[in-house]
Design a protein around this ligand. Structure first.
Ligand SMILES: NC(=[NH2+])NCCC[C@H](N)C(=O)O
Ligand SMILES: [Mn+2]
Ligand SMILES: [Mn+2]
Length: 312
């Protein structure tokens, strides 16, 4: 695949800390398309999706009148639905037109759209690099933030099974083909759902014990078994905040840059072998909290790595 469609999603309605909507600009400013052109790709810059400003959305009266309790607690759900639907269409269309969707967040709620679009165009497994399990639901969330829910939404966990959440479910993605890598923050309210689901989890302790090589190797095998390919969702807060400070929900004890780079080198190698990579996203880059665009620069380096930049 020589065409890459860069899809910017300036979304911050799924998280509490403002600024993550500037993630796509920060990643572009760090030289993304130049670096990918240099790798021999043809980059098409789709214009950023339109995301409503929090100041102008959801009339308070209308919110009050919602009878469904879980929708009241969850912040900006109608707007997240609107953006997810646009993103799903865009990602699906890119794959159908033989382009590779490279999706730039925005907070992690955008993965709802990426997963549903990608999974409509291809039969995929998922590797999810993240400090968090993002397995809350409108009922279990204590923050009300949708960026803590995308994986549960895609898999139809809990209330996400209800008909009104059809837009959020990723048809075709099954938990057996979903692997979470790098966990170190799981809410008490989401723990049972993670454990009861059939997703595979590798915590930071698993990485310490088994080494990144082993963990990523297993993740790739599990996610890509009996499917056409994989979607990789990369939350920059997987990396330790001393290295990637520009994220809204930092958790100490994260991956080193070397581990992150190695993980994506392994993805690239598997892709060279079996062309398994169907779509890729980098989320949660928050330039307001960053230092000299370091976190966006890391996202660019990791994108290049995943897409085949070789040292030798
Ligand atoms: N994609 C993320 N950074 N998610 C952070 C989620 C934090 C917390 N578990 C919540 O549900 O609010
Ligand atoms: Mn996340
Ligand atoms: Mn996270």
């Amino acid at each position: 695949m020589s065409h890459i469609r860069i899809i910017g999603v300036p979304m911050d309605l799924g998280a509490d800390r403002r600024g993550v909507d500037m993630g796509p600009s920060a990643i572009r400013a760090a030289g993304l398309s130049e670096r990918l052109d240099d790798l021999g790709y043809d980059c098409e810059e789709a214009s950023d999706l339109v995301v409503p400003n929090p100041e102008e959305v959801t009339d308070p009266e209308e919110r009050k009148s919602r009878t469904d309790l879980d929708q009241k607690k969850t912040k900006y759900l109608p707007e997240v639905e609107e953006v997810s639907t646009q993103l799903a269409d865009e990602a699906e269309e890119a794959i159908q037109e033989n382009e590779f969707p490279l999706i730039l967040g925005g907070d992690h709620s955008i993965a709802i759209g990426s997963l549903s679009g990608t999974s409509r165009a291809a039969n995929v497994g998922v590797i999810w690099f993240d400090a968090h399990s993002d397995f809350n639901t409108p009922k279990t969330t204590s923050s009300g933030n949708v960026h803590g829910m995308p994986l549960a939404a895609a898999l139809g966990v809990g209330e996400f099974e209800k008909p009104e959440y059809e837009w959020a479910r990723a048809a075709g993605i099954v938990p057996e083909r979903v692997v979470l890598v790098g966990l170190r923050s799981v809410d008490d309210t989401e723990r049972d759902a993670v454990k009861q689901s059939n997703v595979t989890t590798f915590t930071m302790a698993d990485i310490d014990e088994q080494g990144i090589e082993n963990v990523v190797d297993q993740a790739l095998k599990i996610a890509s078994k009996n499917v056409d390919g994989i979607h990789v969702s990369f939350d920059l807060d997987w990396i330790d905040p001393t290295v990637a400070p520009g994220v809204g929900t930092p958790v100490r004890g994260g991956a080193t840059f070397r581990e992150a780079r190695y993980a994506l080198e392994a993805v690239a190698e598997a892709n060279d072998r079996d062309s398994i990579l169907r779509s890729l996203e980098f989320v949660e880059v928050n330039p307001i909290l960053d230092r000299e665009n370091r976190t966006a620069t890391i996202a660019v380096e990791l994108a290049e790595t995943a897409l085949g930049r070789k040292l030798l």
